[in-house]
Design a protein around this ligand. Structure first.
Ligand SMILES: Cc1ncc(COP(=O)(O)O)c(C=O)c1O
Length: 458
């Protein structure tokens, strides 16, 4: 166990030199960062020796949990054999080849080619360049516009943040870049009013059609969406939404890009969210769970139609990254997929832990602060509300969520707040007993948050 003095030293150094992602630098420097020093299974330890159940699998990525020897050994072996070589200039190496072939096996039918990146953001940058290149090669260079949704998250590079629909991100640095359009999201709890979820789902899907018609179908290249919005608050679309969206994309010949960076690799109890919602993506960005977060790697899985055009008519595609398909990252990704298969983890999430997690979380609906519990598999959002009968939002959005998140951390649970939704996405290896512990801690955090705002306990 590290001493307080060591923690204070770390915090001082951190405040002096480290600018954290998505952070108010001055506020954090005043408070001091929490220092995470170790992980094992679904648990983390901080520098003061506190054990914390990681209800977020890092950032939706450490799907196999911490401390998997096989992943460490796969990286070490590859670093010894060949730590780096590139995939430019007509060369490659065995891990990149084998991973591309393995991905063609485990992803939905038709996605047979992989373009490697280092992250989900870079995968979405790659998507933007690919869809525009595709339409240029099809003789339709006016098809430039990509339609996305407000409150979507597709990354933090210029293209990723533009494709995403996060207003605070757009407000900094003149985003979105041109020819990215945003429509409303299928967030029934916030936007559905008196409509039944399925009625609202159809209306939300038809916002896509209206926007395509307003822009002119001949100018629209693609529609991009997460199967379930993750960073937006685990927004599960009504059942009527996705079939209608897919119909609209086909009708106007718009490419469908399904961002599986969070939903992929078993999170929803299927290998990909596309399987859960019966989607047939033309392009599929992936990252995070691809390597269980042990090393950074992402990819775009490319469907037959786009791949054939790029391969047969494209000539050189002027795009790529030094570390596209990095050998050690690829080796870890291969081992991650092998473990998922060997231990039948996706099946276990589908049949056992996913349903149990969802059922146990729904018990929280009796809590006065909880307006809705939504989710699929091992991904869930707990919507807080001051008046659940009327689905009323809090006057000061996000304050109660933050209070609840801070209490959860103090109790020993990582549960993230997105506005006033509490978000959970634990490692896929979580057991029933650990789910019980998670739900118990979540309830304690809700009780403390309710007490703070003067609400009675459940
Ligand atoms: C759906 C989705 N797409 C893309 C990204 C960006 O991935 P990265 O942070 O690896 O760039 C994220 C990150 O959370 C995400 O949730």
């Amino acid at each position: 166990m590290a001493s307080n003095r060591e923690t204070a030293d770390y915090q001082a150094l951190d405040a002096a030199h480290h600018l954290h992602p998505f952070t108010d630098f001055a506020a954090l420097a005043r408070k001091g960062a929490r220092i995470i020093t170790r992980g094992d299974g679904v648990y983390l330890w901080d520098s003061q020796g506190n054990r914390i159940l990681d209800g977020m699998a890092g950032l939706w990525c450490v799907n196999l949990g911490y401390g998997r020897r096989e992943l460490v050994e796969a990286a070490t072996r590859q670093l010894e054999i060949l730590p780096f070589y590139n995939n430019f200039f007509q060369t490659t190496h065995p891990p990149a080849i084998e991973l591309a072939a393995l991905l063609a096996e485990v992803t939905p039918p038709g996605l047979e080619h992989a373009f490697f990146t280092n992250s989900g953001s870079e995968a979405n940058d790659t998507v933007l360049r690919m869809v525009r290149r595709f339409w240029a090669l099809q003789g339709q260079p006016d098809r430039q516009i990509v339609i996305s949704r407000r409150n979507a998250y597709h990354g933090s590079t210029m293209a990723g943040a533009s494709l995403g629909g996060m207003a605070p991100m757009h407000a900094q640095g003149g985003l979105p870049i041109p020819d990215i359009e945003h429509i409303g999201q299928p967030y029934w709890y916030q936007l559905g009013g008196r409509l039944a979820p399925d009625e609202f789902g159809l209306i939300a899907a038809r916002w896509l059609q209206s926007r395509i018609e307003a822009l002119g179908p001949a100018r629209v290249a693609a529609f991009i969406a997460e199967p379930i919005q993750g960073a937006g608050g685990v927004v599960v679309p009504p059942d009527s939404y996705w079939p209608e969206v897919q119909r609209i994309c086909r009708r106007f010949d718009i490419l469908l890009v399904v961002d599986e960076v969070v939903c992929g690799f078993g999170r929803l109890g299927r290998w990909f969210g596309s399987e859960h919602f019966a989607l047939e993506p033309d392009l599929m960005p992936i990252a995070k769970g691809l390597s269980s977060g042990y090393l950074p790697i992402g990819a775009v899985m490319v469907g037959k139609r786009v791949a054939r055009t790029l391969i047969e008519r494209g000539g050189e595609f002027h795009h790529g990254f030094t570390y596209s398909g990095h050998p050690a990252c690829a080796a870890v990704a291969i081992e991650t997929i092998r473990i998922l298969r060997r231990e039948a983890i996706v099946q276990r999430v589908h049949e056992q832990t996913g349903p149990y997690f969802q059922q146990r979380l729904r018990e929280l609906l009796d809590h006065p602060l909880v307006g809705e519990v939504r989710g699929v598999g091992l991904m869930a959002g707990i919507q807080l509300s001051p008046d659940k009968r009327h689905r009323t939002p809090f006057a000061e959005e996000g304050r109660t969520g933050t209070v609840c998140r801070d209490y959860a951390f103090d109790i020993g649970l990582v549960m993230r707040a997105v506005g006033d939704s509490m978000i959970l996405s634990p490692p896929l290896v979580i057991t029933h007993a650990q789910i019980d512990e998670l739900v118990c801690k979540a309830r304690q955090a809700l009780d403390l948050a309710a007490r703070d705002i003067g609400m009675p306990r459940a």
